[in-house]
Each structure stands twice: as C-alpha cells, then as structure tokens.
Design a protein around this ligand. Structure first.
Ligand SMILES: [Zn+2]
Ligand SMILES: [Zn+2]
Length: 165
C-alpha cells in the first residue's frame, strides 16, 4: 500500500543521506541565475546551509559561519536567511518545537517531504510520499490555489525509543 513512500534514514535532528528520492538543489546556482549579488560572507553562509547534514537553526549557522569568518554577525545570518526565504530557496521548519522556539532551515528539495520528530531522542525522519503529493494536488484543485509550499510535521516515538519505553 505504501510502496511508493520513501523513508529516509534517521539521525539526530538530521536528514537522510544518499536518499535517491529526495534531492536538494544548488543554492549558489539558483542565486546566480536570479542575479543576486553574492558577497564572500553570503557565500560562506549559503555553503554551510547547502552542505549541512542537519537541519540548522540560526544560532548553529552563526557558530559554524564564524569558524570560517569571525566577522560574520547575527544580522548577516538573519539577512541571508531572509533572502533565501524570499527567493523560495529554503524552507523554515519548527520540527515540533523539540528544542523550544528554534526554527530550522533546509534547502528546498525536489519533492516536498514530511518531517517526523521523535519526542524522546530528537531524531528527525524525512519522508516523501505519493499520498502527500496527491493530497496537495487535491487541495490545489478544490481550493483553486496554486500551492507553493506544503509542510507536514508529525511527532511521536521512533522505533528505537518505542522499544525502550
Ligand atoms: Zn527516538
Ligand atoms: Zn527536511
């Protein structure tokens, strides 16, 4: 029944590795195509977001960026995030508020995917499914909306934590 569903590997606030189904586009390429001016600080931030194996929040992004260029400040981080959001290149997630009010950012993928968060260990699974795609089409059709973003987050206990509980 759910044969078309894709279940990514699980990692601590992480994301799937080597997932054939979910792919991320190149932020740099997209920015160049859109004629956005890219400063060296922006280049560093964009590179970190692109290559991160985890869903990053702004504080973590700042921390990683300052290792490469100590001059990068919070304002630059927030400006870059808002630029990427405005360009529709990244998604903002709250991941079930597992860690308070933090927001996480990730490069938009070829397919919208759901996030499943474990309340116990914080693992995040990324899940793309044909049913989710169909639901979006149905909503678009019924509402007359052109859907540009879709987000579905679920929370519970992962396989490992269920066994312990
Ligand atoms: Zn867990
Ligand atoms: Zn994701």
């Amino acid at each position: 029944m759910s044969g078309s569903a894709y279940l990514a590997t699980q990692s601590q606030l992480g994301r799937s590795e080597g997932s054939g189904d979910i792919t991320r586009r190149s932020l740099m390429d997209e920015l160049v195509v859109r004629g956005v001016r890219i400063t060296s600080q922006r280049r560093i931030l964009v590179g970190i977001i692109q290559d991160s194996p985890r869903h990053l929040d702004a504080a973590k992004l700042l921390e990683l960026a300052q290792k490469k260029d100590p001059e990068i400040d919070r304002a630059t981080v927030y400006r870059t995030i808002s630029l990427l959001k405005k360009q529709g290149l990244i998604d903002e997630l709250d991941l079930m508020h597992l860690e308070g009010e933090k927001h996480y950012y990730e490069v938009k993928t070829n397919r919208d995917h759901c996030h499943i968060a474990c309340f116990q260990c914080g693992a995040i699974l990324e899940y793309a499914s044909a049913s989710f795609d169909r639901l979006k089409m149905e909503i678009a059709k019924e509402s007359g909306f052109q859907i540009r973003a879709a987000r579905l987050e679920l929370g519970g206990f992962c396989k490992r934590c269920r066994k312990v509980a």
